[in-house]
Write a protein that binds this ligand. Structure first.
Ligand SMILES: Cc1cc2nc3c(=O)[nH]c(=O)nc-3n(C[C@H](O)[C@H](O)[C@H](O)COP(=O)(O)O)c2cc1C
Length: 410
């Protein structure tokens, strides 16, 4: 088929995507994404969607998977196959973890809790962002699930200490220090919706009014959701959401170092992970500083553009520190085949960010549950197709890197 014909065919395919309201009818994460796009005003959809600057790394995050091809083994009995893994000593039905994301209640009222309930029902952990719209205590209390607390270190040490102490008291399984966003990224799509921080342009306001289903669920009558976890540390004049968005960037400091990790290690009694590791040297440092795991991540390409995909360094990290650290990876996972590729190259678990958020926007808790189900079913199917009955039988022999992911799109 000629290139032009192929493009015409894929355009026709796109028009056939289901974008109605029944999330259970979505047959892929991409379909949930399109449903989310329809339901949300552009400023909220693009907050999920956007990558930094020219979004080169956003594309590379996907290219990293296309560059990997399966080498299936044939005539293997996979009739009893399963996708179970053991993560931090506990068995779970799939290697998925919901990634931390801030401001989730902007898509759905009580969005954080919907994610938490769906994760718990799926038997997987969820990481809660410091910038969540829900106080961290609610999640374990109301769901009985497994939670990891994501931590941004702020200028105000008292705020950081408060989050750590509360997460400990609430029984969070792990603390996740995010290391990659202290110098904030420029997301241009996102920026264009705002006249100034926290104030939408007239065009974006009108667009919001054209989405009444969203408006009356997420905003009316309570207004823009607040950052409930940390708001009490804001000065009274910055508590209003509009001023809070101007205030948040001033909270970040770029002097977070490995010494901060040592301090946290002394404070935090359970699993400690660093999120945002993108080199073998830093993974080794994390092990030497007493961490239990690393999350290989470029933050979904939301902060630094032209940065590598974590998939590009996964095999080297796994070879170097795989026996000392739990290796979690995120950025760009949209298919079960992506999950299988990462697990083949040495990951112990996979974090998903945008995929469950599209599910949330499209259909609330049922949408998140459906996103997780799609990924789980695809993972299960692909394991069967490559002749691998379980993750403990999977290894790098099942994949071949055709080219480096960088440059594949050229
Ligand atoms: C809307 C949104 C908000 C996010 N907020 C946070 C956050 O508060 N803390 C954090 O460590 N990572 C945050 N992330 C990054 C995710 O945890 C994760 O690294 C990323 O989404 C993975 O890439 P993926 O979206 O392609 O799956 C956010 C991501 C998105 C999409």
């Amino acid at each position: 088929m000629r290139g032009d014909d192929r493009n015409a065919q894929s355009e026709a395919m796109k028009r056939r995507y289901y974008t109605g309201r029944k999330v259970e009818k979505a047959i892929s994460i991409e379909e949930l994404r399109r449903m989310a796009e329809k339901r949300l005003p552009a400023f909220a959809f693009e907050f999920i969607e956007g990558g930094a600057e020219d979004e080169v790394s956003l594309a590379w995050n996907r290219d990293a998977f296309t560059a990997l091809r399966f080498l299936p083994q044939t005539l293997i009995d996979t009739s009893d196959r399963h996708t179970k893994v053991t993560l931090f000593g506990r068995e779970q039905p799939s290697p998925l973890v919901i990634a931390p994301s801030g401001h989730n209640n902007i898509y759905r009222r009580d969005g954080d809790m919907m994610l938490a309930r769906a994760a718990t029902a799926a038997g997987i952990p969820m990481a809660l962002s410091t910038l969540s719209n829900t106080r961290l205590e609610r999640l374990p209390k109301e769901t009985g699930g497994r939670f990891w607390m994501q931590l941004y270190q702020f200028k105000d040490k008292a705020l950081t200490l408060d989050v750590v102490r509360r997460a400990d008291e609430a029984g969070y399984e792990a603390l996740v220090l995010t290391s990659d966003s202290y110098v904030y990224g420029l997301r241009e799509w996102d920026r264009r919706h705002f006249k100034r921080p926290g104030v939408l342009t007239l065009r974006s306001k009108l667009d919001a009014l054209c989405h009444p289903r969203w408006l009356f669920d997420a905003l009316v009558p309570h207004g823009v959701p607040k950052l409930e976890n940390v708001i009490e540390f804001f000065p009274p004049e910055a508590r209003d959401t509009r001023t809070a968005t101007t205030f948040i960037p001033t909270l970040f400091v770029s002097d977070v170092t490995w010494e901060s990790v040592d301090e946290l290690r002394k404070l935090w009694p359970r699993k400690l992970l660093i999120k945002g590791i993108l080199s073998v040297e830093d993974a080794r440092r994390a092990a030497n500083h007493g961490c239990d795991g690393v999350i290989l991540s470029n933050h979904g390409a939301r902060h630094l553009d032209s940065v590598i995909s974590p998939m590009d360094i996964l095999p080297d990290v796994a070879t170097t520190v795989g026996d000392r650290l739990t290796i979690v990876i995120d950025s760009g996972f949209r298919r079960g085949s992506d999950v299988v590729k990462a697990m083949a190259l040495g990951a112990n678990a996979v974090m998903v960010g945008r995929a469950p958020l599209w599910g949330l926007a499209a259909g609330g808790e049922a949408g998140v549950a459906h996103a997780l189900k799609l990924l789980q079913e695809e993972t299960h199917r692909v394991l069967g197709q490559i002749g691998c009955p379980s993750f403990d039988k999977l290894g790098p022999q099942f994949v071949k890197r055709e080219t480096a992911s960088v440059g594949v799109r050229a």
